[in-house]
Design a protein around this ligand. Structure first.
Ligand code: ADP
Length: 474
């Protein structure tokens, strides 16, 4: 029996801004269910976490956390949910703010969180064999446990969910925050800056990322965001484990947010389409092919390609709905375009989990032409709702979506290779021809119905990795 502590900055159902929250919210349960491990999760207690959850938490302990000259009091609360114990780190100064990220001092906030987690190990009744931290916000915790050794024989795993976000600060931060001997600065410095992600890559016993393709891609300068040389150095300890999703949670047969439940019935899916068209103000027509995009509106998601070909694509007899929040450039472009094409395009600039599920349920196609994509969960959710993904062949998209082949009848979606707007346009047009060919369309849907990416296989990959590091090095 192994004890594993997950350290992360977001987790469903408490607080979510993206796929990281889905992973932290579902992988521990799978590890417990399939591999019989004791997994606990430690998170910041943001204001964003609702009263309903807070009322169920129990107070555990309070202590001081030093961050250079700053000395802040922290309290830990616990909550058990679906048989997993969660620890929440509360601090009035750093975490009682609106939203989750986006503050000028995010670097300081999450180095503080990392330092607090290290201190917390002395106050929780749990001795981890594996300390498994996720993304840059928890990256400094990996370095600190390696240097400070708060728990004997504890091994560290660090998972890169997205290498673009690294937590980079001026180098002076090292002394200002950590006050450690100068010998450790080399492990935390990158290109003259203090870098939380690099600190984790340097110190972790094992590094994982969220798909096999992305594990290869990030060793290449095009995808590495400057970190390829350290990843090449550590490539013997770098492995890609494909993310899964909670197939019970994303299940159109049970989803309370969708109007008509279904397993794979197209007729029932069309009823969801009609309800959706009505809700988002598109003309009601259950036969009209409906494409959707649900995403953070950032460059990574290939939105420049969509921008470039939007007018051409909307000349076709289609509807498109975009749900997302993010960069002003995309928000204003898609909002304005929706005014120009009221019959064809709906743009909804909010973060709305329920509406996202209604879109997955009502649509025919899910479009995700990412420039890079570590794994991507949205295309996996689309498959669960029997909505056909259209993706660019990169990272986890390449590992999960295989292009439909009319001759062999294989494939669970559509894809294109080059980051090129007209390649996207031609694959979108091709998807329409398949949609309008009843024989090919039904073959494609059969394949989609069979595609499922649960945690079952990946949980055992993590379990094997934990086994390996706890048995090899002593
Ligand atoms: P990333 O983690 O890069 O944002 P993923 O595809 O891994 O991308 O995960 C995105 C998750 O966030 C999916 O569950 C998706 O449905 C959800 N999501 C993204 N934007 C929104 C939104 N505006 N409203 C509701 N859910 C959203």
């Amino acid at each position: 029996m192994k004890n594993v502590l997950f350290v992360a900055s977001e987790c469903t159902p408490f607080v979510k801004t993206g796929g990281l929250a889905d992973v932290i919210g579902s992988l521990p349960q799978s590890l417990k269910q399939y591999e019989r491990m004791e997994v606990r999760v430690i998170l910041p207690l943001y204001d964003e976490i609702s009263e309903e959850w807070r009322n169920q938490m129990e107070y555990l302990a309070s202590f001081n956390v030093p961050l250079g000259w700053r000395n802040q009091e922290v309290s830990i609360y616990t909550l058990e949910h679906n048989h997993i114990l969660y620890y929440f780190i509360a601090n009035d100064y750093y975490f009682t703010r609106k939203g989750v990220y986006g503050y000028y001092d995010d670097g300081e906030r999450f180095v503080f969180f990392s330092r607090a987690v290290v201190e917390a190990l002395a106050h929780i009744d749990f001795k981890p064999d594996i300390f498994h931290a996720h993304d840059w916000q928890a990256g400094m915790a990996v370095a600190l446990v390696k240097i400070m050794q708060p728990v004997e024989h504890m091994k560290t795993v660090f998972t890169i969910h997205n290498i673009k976000y690294q937590g980079v600060m001026p180098l002076g931060t090292y002394d200002d925050f950590l006050q450690l001997p100068a010998e450790h600065i080399g492990g935390m410095e990158w290109n003259g800056m203090f870098n939380c992600l690099k600190s984790a890559l340097f110190h972790a016993d094992k590094i994982t990322t969220v798909s096999p393709s992305y594990a290869e891609e990030i060793k290449d300068p095009y995808y590495s965001e400057g970190l390829h040389s350290i990843l090449l150095e550590r490539s013997a300890d770098l492995v890609g484990v494909l993310n899964g999703i909670d197939t019970n949670e994303y299940n159109p047969l049970k989803d309370p947010s969708i109007p008509v439940k279904y397993r794979s019935s197209r007729a029932r899916k069309k009823s969801n389409k009609i309800a959706l068209q009505e809700k988002i103000g598109l003309p009601i027509d259950s036969e009209k092919p409906l494409y959707i995009i649900i995403t953070r509106l950032v460059e990574q998601k290939g939105l420049h390609l969509v921008k470039h070909i939007l007018d051409d694509f909307l000349q076709e007899d289609v509807q498109l709905a975009i749900l997302g929040t993010g960069d002003e450039e995309f928000e204003s472009f898609f909002a304005e375009a929706a005014h120009r094409y009221p019959e064809k395009l709906a743009t909804i600039l909010t973060f709305d989990e329920g509406l996202a599920r209604q879109l997955y349920a009502g649509a025919d196609f899910f479009v995700m032409p990412s420039k890079f994509e570590p794994c991507g969960l949205a295309q996996l959710i689309a498959l669960q709702y029997k909505t056909v993904p259209i993706v660019r062949e990169t990272g986890g998209l390449k590992d999960t979506i295989h292009p439909f082949n009319e001759i062999t009848g294989e494939g669970n979606g559509f894809s294109f290779t080059n980051y090129n707007a007209h390649d996207l346009l031609s694959v979108l047009r091709y998807s329409l021809t398949i949609f309008n060919d009843p024989f090919q369309w039904s073959q494609l849907l059969k394949n989609v119905n069979k595609s499922q990416f649960s945690w079952k296989d990946s949980a055992s990959d993590y379990a094997n990795l934990y086994e390996e590091i706890t048995s090899i090095y002593v």
